[in-house]
Design a protein around this ligand. Structure first.
Ligand SMILES: [Fe+2]
Length: 236
């Protein structure tokens, strides 16, 4: 399988809790490529008080990573994005375009389990009102959404998109998680999949394996929609 997109990746060196150095960046990129991935949204964390790496530092690492990707294959494309934590202000998005996905109005939006459903709704609403389109990062992680799939339906109806992690689909994060992900797929409430890769050991690239599994469960057409067509729409 080739031409797949990776939607969620901490591959840039020394900008967050992902790759620690450029060698690790290189090894992860090689694995992604071998996995059939040809386009990667790089999504370093932006989280007030925790991860506030400057745009300049991120851009420096982005250039270095692009060089490596080019050495692997001319058509191996890296798109700069961000995983934006929900406490972040709209002004950050407006002033620093690298905090969106590929300088579009799509925002990979991260919450934590302390957020209520109302908090999630409000933050999504705030972004939508400011012409941003939220994609909820690893939506399966939030117990409030797992408990009530109707909540996922409601936010999708608002115009929000859903990203889930390959590890959860594959069952590496437990049976409940796997079952919930399957339910999302069967209910057409899933739009994007990412590895959320951070390193070569505990959180590695899984897109190829996951795409094969999704194809088996949901069919080829569905797999292509999730791993190729939907991500393509973002940059188009
Ligand atoms: Fe992440």
């Amino acid at each position: 399988m080739e031409g797949l997109y990776e939607m969620h990746a901490h591959i840039l060196a020394d900008v967050d809790d992902g790759a620690r150095n450029i060698e690790e960046t290189k090894e992860i990129l090689k694995l992604e490529y071998a996995d059939g991935v040809r386009k990667i949204f790089l999504t370093p964390h932006y989280r007030k008080g925790m991860f506030e790496t400057s745009e300049d530092d991120i851009l420096k690492q982005y250039e270095a990573a692009k060089e490596i990707a080019k050495e692997i294959d001319e058509d191996f494309e890296l798109i700069l994005g961000c995983e934006f934590y929900a406490s972040g202000d709209i002004e950050v998005l407006q002033n620093e375009p690298t905090r969106t996905l590929g300088n579009t109005n799509f925002v990979l939006l991260e919450f934590s389990d302390t957020f209520s459903y109302r908090d999630i709704q409000n933050k999504c609403y705030e972004l939508l009102m400011n012409n941003y389109i939220p994609i909820i990062a690893h939506a399966e992680r939030y117990s409030i959404l797992r408990k009530k799939i109707e909540y996922v339906e409601q936010i999708v109806d608002m115009g929000v998109y859903i990203q889930i992690n390959a590890s959860s689909i594959l069952g590496l994060d437990g049976f409940n998680m796997k079952r919930f992900c399957k339910k999302l797929m069967k209910s057409d409430l899933l739009h994007f999949v990412g590895s959320d890769v951070h390193n070569l050991t505990t959180r590695k690239p899984l897109i190829g394996k996951c795409a094969k599994y999704v194809e088996k469960v949901m069919g080829e057409e569905y797999m292509k929609k999730i791993f190729i067509d939907n991500p393509f729409e973002i940059i188009k």
